[in-house]
Design a protein around this ligand. Structure first.
Ligand code: 13P
Length: 258
């Protein structure tokens, strides 16, 4: 297990926040703060579809990469309201969040569609950030590893080892999202290590060692250093704290120093 074998990635997930002028302002504020992370930690902002072009332009020539928050699995066609992977790459988008628990909970997304979206993203050259995580009742019932293991197996089904190496996994316990209840660093490490072991069993250790595994769920300026110091926590997917330039930067710097 060696963190140097993989990329550290700090990604903001803005969710349904920020108009275009607000997006530009936030990115302009973040840009100089995180410039020193270049070559050490990948810094990503995943923003609403309407902000993507603004965000790509605002970060051109900087070390910030832009991500979308979802992608459809078909290339084109009669899918009103959906956005294809080619539409995203054409704008200059690099990453895409797939299977966020809010998509699974409120928009009925399943492991099957997560798998299809992941394949479509990879085929178009996008880097997927695939989200997994258990609900509170599942943790309390002691079935966290069953749930997360099943998600990993189904979400990555049919991917080649090369594809898996390009895929980022975000472990986001649903009970920790937007609640202020963070998993302890030991809880995060335990599940991130389990995810890596699952990938090693599906592929091989070298593939598993190459995969970036993030923690997400109420990660903030105060708790980030302890979480990011864990051997299997390679970064963070940050909701609320990514909307404040200074807080987001503290998390980026913790990853640079970790
Ligand atoms: P919060 O950081 O607001 O808890 O959100 C986490 C998340 O869902 C990131 O995708």
């Amino acid at each position: 297990m060696n963190k140097a074998l993989r990329k550290a990635i700090i990604a903001g997930n803005w969710k349904m926040n920020k108009t275009r002028p607000e997006a530009k302002e936030l990115l302009e504020a973040i840009k100089p703060l995180v410039a020193n992370a270049d070559g050490k930690v990948e810094v990503v902002a995943c923003v609403p579809f309407t902000n993507l072009e603004t965000a790509v332009n605002a970060t051109a020539g900087s070390n910030i990469k832009i991500g979308a928050e979802n992608v459809h699995y078909e290339k084109s066609g009669a899918f009103t309201g959906e956005i294809s992977a080619d539409m995203l790459t054409e704008i200059g988008v690099t990453y895409v969040v797939i299977g966020h628990s809010e998509r699974r909970q409120y928009f009925a997304e399943t492991d099957e569609t997560v798998n299809k979206r992941t394949k479509a993203a990879l085929a178009a050259g996008l880097l997927p950030i695939v989200c997994v995580g258990e609900m509170l009742a599942e943790r309390e019932a002691g079935i966290t590893s069953e749930i997360v293991g099943k998600q990993i197996k189904l979400d990555l089904a049919g991917l080649t080892a090369e594809d898996v190496k390009k895929t980022v996994i975000a472990y986001e316990p649903v009970w920790a999202i937007g609640t202020g209840k963070t998993a302890t660093a030991d809880q995060a490490e335990e599940v991130c290590a389990f995810i890596r072991a699952t990938i090693a069993s599906l592929y091989d250790q070298a593939t598993a060692d190459a995969v970036t595994i993030q923690y997400g769920g109420s990660m903030n300026a105060k708790n980030c250093a302890e979480l990011l110091a864990k051997p299997n926590v390679d970064g963070g997917l940050i909701g609320g704290a990514s909307l404040k330039a200074d807080d987001f930067n503290v998390i980026v710097q913790a990853a640079v120093n970790g």
